[in-house]
Write a protein that binds this ligand. Structure first.
Ligand SMILES: C=CC1=C(C)c2cc3[nH]c(cc4nc(cc5[nH]c(cc1n2)c(C)c5CCC(=O)O)C(CCC(=O)O)=C4C)c(C)c3C=C
Ligand SMILES: [Fe+2]
Ligand SMILES: [Fe+2]
Length: 338
């Protein structure tokens, strides 16, 4: 029997510093997130980051936490419930870090008689720190504990017309409510090194961004290309004029160069250039989370307003919108009938 495993990133179990530390430990010790040799990673994560970051992150998490828990988890559960009601197969939800784990999700499906799983990483654009780490871990668990289970993964859907349609619609709904001077597409960043590491051709990525406009088989795994492609397709769909929109990358951690331009400097730059009404959309996330609610909706908003900006609107992620639920349900139904 076929079954579906939806997977997102995960959150700490609570906003306590201890729970946030445990979560960050699991997350940042992943070699596809901090991709340096094991000993260096231990020194960096356990010796440096985990001494200060958990306290800072716990404070940020407590600003977004709801009575039901972490927004990312609450929204993912609502989304999963709606998908379940739409498709004729068992559906489980798992998180790459924290709970419910990928192993728990697979076990839940197997206990219902599933032996053929479609895994859907809930990230529109491929990255080794998201899509790849989910699929690699799921394959490892299957190999070690469920050797008779078949696993198929849904590739990144950054350019799928149905996804672009609902994303564009969600943006247009906000642009209709108020007149904005500028629309910023802010994607989660990754270290530049990750882009090089994921270059399957070994020589495509020039790191200056020019490569992303050419045709290349590298783009099936190029996060930067896929982000710019999502922006381009939404821009075409909505007929947005050059100058009205820009693309940037947020959430940089550490001193290494990450994808640029950075969101914070882009927002400051726009404010200094007379932009008063700014809308920000965050298409690397399908569910609102710490990075959209706190980093953009609170921190960036405050900075923009202090910098002479007047209106700052964070466009909600697709969350459990019915049209988004229907898109994913249709992808699942197509796979079920294959
Ligand atoms: C080297 C560090 C990190 C990389 C690379 C990275 C990539 C990456 N992350 C997301 C999505 C999310 N990240 C979230 C939080 C978060 N991310 C990092 C670090 C890296 N992310 C940290 C340390 C944290 C925790 C919070 C903090 O201390 O800042 C979240 C939110 C989770 C939540 O509970 O709400 C999401 C979602 C993507 C899409 C991505 C690469 C493309
Ligand atoms: Fe992240
Ligand atoms: Fe590229």
């Amino acid at each position: 029997m076929k079954g579906i495993l939806l997977v997102n990133l995960g959150s700490p179990n609570s906003t306590s510093v201890k729970d946030v530390r445990n979560y960050l430990d699991e997350f940042l010790m992943d070699s596809r997130v901090i991709d340096v040799p094991y000993i260096t990673r231990c020194l960096l994560v356990k010796g440096i980051i985990l001494n200060t970051r958990p306290k800072q992150s716990a404070k940020a998490y407590s600003k977004v936490w709801t009575n039901e828990g972490s927004p990312l988890i609450v929204i993912s559960k609502k989304f999963t419930k709606k998908v379940k009601a739409n498709v004729e197969a068992p559906v489980a939800l798992a998180m790459r870090y924290g709970t419910p784990s990928i192993e728990t999700g697979i076990t839940e499906l197997v206990n219902q008689g599933v032996d053929d799983i479609l895994i859907i990483p809930l990230y529109p654009q491929f990255a080794m720190a998201t899509t790849e780490t989910i699929v690699v871990l799921a394959k490892q668990i299957i190999k070690d504990k469920f050797p008779n289970i078949k696993l198929t993964d849904l590739p990144a859907f950054y350019n799928q017309p149905e996804y672009i349609d609902v994303l564009s619609k969600s943006i247009q709904e906000e642009l209709k409510k108020e007149e904005f001077d500028h629309l910023l597409f802010s994607y989660h960043g990754v270290p530049e090194r990750h882009i090089k590491n994921s270059d399957v051709t070994g020589n495509h990525c020039s790191l200056n961004g020019e490569c992303c406009n050419t045709t290349s088989e590298a783009h099936a795994f190029c996060y930067r290309h896929q982000c710019y492609e999502t922006t381009k397709q939404v821009v075409n769909k909505l007929g947005l004029q050059p100058g009205f929109y820009s693309t940037s990358f947020q959430s940089r951690l550490g001193k290494d160069p990450w994808l640029q331009p950075y969101t914070d400097t882009t927002i400051n730059d726009r404010a200094q250039n007379g932009i008063k009404k700014l809308a920000v959309v965050t298409p690397a996330f399908v569910a609102d989370c710490l990075e959209t609610i706190e980093e953009i909706g609170m921190e960036a908003k405050e900075e923009f307003e202090e910098n002479t900006g007047k209106v700052f609107k964070t466009i909600p992620c697709l969350n459990d919108r019915d049209d988004w639920v229907n898109v994913v349900s249709n992808w699942i139904t197509n796979w079920l009938h294959k």
